[in-house]
Design a protein. Structure first.
Length: 91
């Protein structure tokens, strides 16, 4: 039919549907992150909470036990998100 409006074919509607799909399927943020250094071995540099905005680009998610182990072994804790406090580690 000429002149029939079909909302499912509107670019704005498709974009909204894609954005909603992206929000629904986005993986959850990890609970803890380790920021890694530069180089071949890329040693751990700092531990962050999973949502810390100060974490650099070279990072990987870690579980609670690995985050605790890294802090116990001397990896520094981020001074903004304080993962040591969240993990119950005090000096």
């Amino acid at each position: 039919m000429a002149g029939t409006h079909r909302p499912q074919n509107c670019p704005g509607t498709q974009r909204k549907a894609e954005e909603e799909y992206g929000r629904r399927t986005k993986p959850a943020a990890p609970e803890w992150i380790v920021e890694r250094g530069i180089g071949v071995d890329r040693p751990p540099v700092q531990v962050h909470s999973g949502t810390c905005h100060m974490a650099g680009k070279r990072r990987r998610p870690v579980d609670r036990e690995e985050a605790r182990r890294l802090l116990a072994e001397g990896t520094s804790a981020c001074t903004h998100c304080r993962p040591d406090t969240g993990l119950g580690i005090t000096d």
